[in-house]
Ligand binder design. Structure first.
Ligand SMILES: [Zn+2]
Ligand SMILES: [Zn+2]
Length: 128
């Protein structure tokens, strides 16, 4: 357990994502709050590694660099829009976060309770 020091409650003017940015598609967005995270071009390089998908404050809040804590709202990594949460029933219930804007087909399918296509299981993270 790490002691979290530096709990200054500074009121930051939060940059609310408005559609006025040039080339919004050139960015990826924080999964936790939807603010622009970094330029997508960096990630398209052959050896680019995505080791975080959230901004610093969200990483601190959720205690994880990639996904917000279960139950927390998530935002689309690709467009920054809020994602819908679906719970798939079954032997091993799964939770999906779907961006209606980026995945309209899957969104529609999940809305009808159709979770047939098995999701690709992400390989376990390798800790070095
Ligand atoms: Zn964030
Ligand atoms: Zn999206």
């Amino acid at each position: 357990m790490a002691t979290s020091s530096g709990n200054r409650s500074q009121t930051e003017t939060e940059g609310i994502a408005v559609e006025t940015r040039p080339a919004a598609e050139d960015w990826v967005y924080c999964k936790g709050c939807g603010t622009p995270l970094e330029l997508r071009s960096r990630l398209s390089k052959p050896k680019a590694q995505v080791d975080k998908m959230m901004c610093e404050s969200c990483i601190g809040r959720h205690g994880h660099p990639l996904v917000p804590t279960p139950g927390a709202p998530t935002f689309c990594y690709r467009c920054g829009g809020p994602e819908e949460v679906f719970e798939a029933p079954g032997i091993s219930p799964a939770i999906y976060h779907i961006c209606p804007r980026c995945l309209p087909e899957r969104y529609a399918r999940y809305q009808q309770g159709d979770f047939e296509t098995p999701p690709k299981v992400a390989p376990a993270e390798e800790t070095t």
